[in-house]
Design a protein around this ligand. Structure first.
Ligand code: WTA
Length: 645
């Protein structure tokens, strides 16, 4: 309650961008909004000139909802744009500064990154990878993850990066769906000081997959691993004698650059398909304008390369801009809770982009930790992944940014490819807790069921009314799901984001969170159905329902309601076993915080689980009308159980 009162007071706060910042910002004239609105196509057409094309496009947009094509017939290469074009002026500039969890350091200049990428591409070719083959990358936060992405892009092989923390099951599912014949992994890596046996996990996953021809293994942690003869090859063996020149394949603007699997409202993750030309124009522009990238910046995005944020704002956006990026392998609390602050101090990080969950955790750890470090190099802060509450926003602004740094709260999704709602740091007055306004060229609106814009202050569906260059092209192998999920609500040409939002009297957008069965746990996107199907795959479980429960640090945590087989006795041991089962099947991020053994679930007369009621029970809220339930008594019983009785 206090937080709510505080929130509504703080919502009225407006902070202007620091004056000095505005003066030298990449974008300092609000006129940009008017220009983009006048003619969004022309606007993107002009921005496409910031990308190097082997052959010019001849049409900006072909929009046959829900299918868009951007920069038609243009030919280009993503890897060329991130590397080759910087060689003349930035060959000796640092592209990547990497630090391992154990403190090891490694750097790559643009020249070195170019060499490493070309050699990696030649290895892929040696393995038989051809243009159009989908390559799965299952690597942790090591430079080779970025190099592998760029190497795939260089030869025209779309990559599908699977978050290294995902389980063997999750890997198998994604490799199968993508029909990927090549997988890149590593021996192991360290997380919170513990060895993670990545190769073992890969092997276990691939047992369930047919059709994988070769597995390329990066040597990183030097742990002992099994190599399967005829399938597994060490990267360092194949690198012997390989040339450091590899021509960048001219790709059509609409050729797929990558797939990114993400959770939706069914039990199966979907492969979001991104194209090349449009995606690069979007990534370049947003990285440049939102993060205000300058030549001497040290830019650090703490997301994992396995998520879309790692694609657009670790790899592509910053490298297209010729920026220096910091990549840190490990966890923020290893070996101590000030690791991030010491990294910022050590490398003189100027731009820092992280998630609200992390910010709330740092807040809990106390002001003394950041205060002991020199954070004066910072000049811009960013937030992504979930709504940031005003209190955390202000803490970030004051304690980390010393009130000198604008904070950009960036709203976007795997499907949008680029930041869609944000302030522009040199011009937009900031309201803590609001992601501000649509990026130039984007028409973001809040609609009611019927597709009408809702009045000021009223909640509704966050939607996008016009096409944009990096928009999702389709769901891999599932056109129907593409149509149904995003385009079916209002007549076919309006994109439904799945989020709720409201607009205030100044036109600022306040994102309220997901309206569908997707939950965000510590910023990680998970589908409740995925977790439910994992639970029912356990022999003791007959039925399961999963809900998100509000959590002070993680935003939401998972509460699972489980109905057991008649012969199974509920116990704490079983509870732990089920938690471990989900972690094993999906990954640790999906581990339920709580499991409630239930006799039944609130159901309608037709037997459908009433999610609204379950959600209210989970969060201790008023459940409202229960008369439509076939079993209204279950509500009180579940309430007691959630309350810990
Ligand atoms: C949520 C992450 C509020 C939102 C880039 C969206 C946010 C989902 C914000 C997409 C923000 C992301 N404020 N909510 N600034 N940024 N979200 O695909 O619910 O992992 O739909 O992409 O994250 O998650 P995804």
């Amino acid at each position: 309650m206090d937080e709510m009162i505080e929130s509504s007071l703080k919502e009225q706060l407006v902070l202007n961008p620091p004056e000095g910042f505005s003066r030298s910002a990449n974008i300092s004239d609000p006129e940009i909004y008017r220009r983009s609105e006048e003619d969004p196509e022309k606007f993107w057409g002009e921005l496409s000139k910031n990308i190097d094309w082997f052959e010019e496009w001849d049409q900006i947009l072909d929009w046959k909802p829900p299918h868009s094509k951007w920069f038609l017939n243009g030919k280009l290469n993503a890897s060329y744009n991130c590397l080759d074009r910087h060689l003349q002026n930035k060959k000796d500039k640092l592209a990547i500064i990497w630090e391992g969890e154990d403190g090891a350091e490694k750097t790559y200049t643009y020249g070195e990154l170019y060499d490493a990428t070309c050699r990696f591409s030649n290895v892929l070719k040696k393995m038989g990878v051809e243009k159009g083959d989908i390559v799965t990358i299952y690597l942790p936060m090591i430079p080779e993850a970025v190099i592998a992405m760029l190497a795939c892009a260089r030869i025209g092989a779309p990559h599908s990066v699977v978050f290294a923390g995902f389980s063997h099951e999750a890997l198998a599912q994604r490799v199968t769906d993508a029909k990927s014949e090549y997988v890149i992994t590593c021996d192991g890596y360290h997380h919170k000081g513990k060895l993670q046996t990545q190769k073992e996990k890969t092997d276990k996953g691939l047992e369930k997959v047919s059709g994988v021809k070769e597995v390329l293994v990066v040597q990183h942690a030097n742990n002992e691993i099994d190599m399967k003869p005829g399938r597994d090859v060490w990267l360092h063996y194949l690198l012997h004698g390989v040339s450091n020149e590899c021509p960048a394949e001219p790709m059509d603007s609409e050729d797929t650059l990558f797939l990114m699997y993400t959770s939706g409202t069914t039990g199966k993750p979907k492969g979001v398909v991104h194209s090349t030309g449009g995606y690069l124009v979007s990534a370049y522009t947003t990285a440049n304008w939102v993060f205000d990238l300058k030549d001497d910046d040290i830019y650090w995005c703490t997301a994992d390369v396995g998520w879309i944020t790692g694609h657009s704002y670790i790899t592509y956006g910053p490298l297209l801009n010729g920026a220096t990026i910091l990549i840190y392998e490990g966890s923020p609390d290893y070996p101590g809770k000030a690791r991030f602050w010491s990294l910022i101090e050590k490398y003189k990080v100027t731009i820092f982009y992280t998630a609200p969950t992390a910010i709330r955790m740092f807040m809990k750890w106390g002001d003394a930790l950041p205060q002991k470090h020199d954070l004066s190099s910072l000049r811009l802060l960013g937030s992504v992944g979930e709504p940031i509450n005003p209190r955390a926003w202000l803490w970030y602004y004051e304690q980390i940014g010393g009130k000198r740094c604008p904070v950009v709260d960036t709203w976007w999704q795997t499907e949008t490819g680029m930041i869609m709602i944000t302030s522009l740091p040199g011009i937009t007055p900031m309201k803590p807790g609001s992601a501000s306004k649509a990026f130039p060229g984007i028409k973001a609106v809040v609609l009611d069921e019927a597709g009408n814009e809702v009045p000021v202050g009223k909640g509704g569906y966050l939607a996008i009314k016009n096409p944009w260059p990096s928009m999702i092209r389709t769901v891999h192998g599932n056109e129907e799901r593409f149509h149904k999920t995003y385009w079916s609500k209002w007549g076919g040409d309006i994109y439904m984001s799945g989020d709720g939002a409201r607009v205030d009297e100044d036109g600022y957008i306040w994102v309220l969170g997901r309206l569908d069965d997707v939950i965000k746990v510590a910023g990680h996107r998970l589908g409740t159905m995925e977790i439910e199907s994992s639970l029912v795959s356990h022999p003791a479980v007959t039925e399961a329902a999963v809900e998100g429960k509000a959590d002070e640090i993680k935003g939401e945590v998972i509460v699972a309601y489980v109905i057991l087989e008649a012969y199974v006795e509920p116990s704490d041991k079983l509870r732990d076993e089920l938690k471990a089962h989900v972690a094993d099947e999906i990954g640790h991020i999906a581990r339920p915080a709580d499991i409630i053994f239930a006799e039944d679930l609130p159901k309608t007369r037709s037997g459908k689980i009433m999610r609204r009621i379950l959600k209210a029970i989970t969060n201790g809220e008023d459940v409202g009308d229960v008369t439509t339930l076939q079993n209204p008594d279950i509500v009180e019983e579940l309430k007691r159980k959630v309350g810990g009785e």
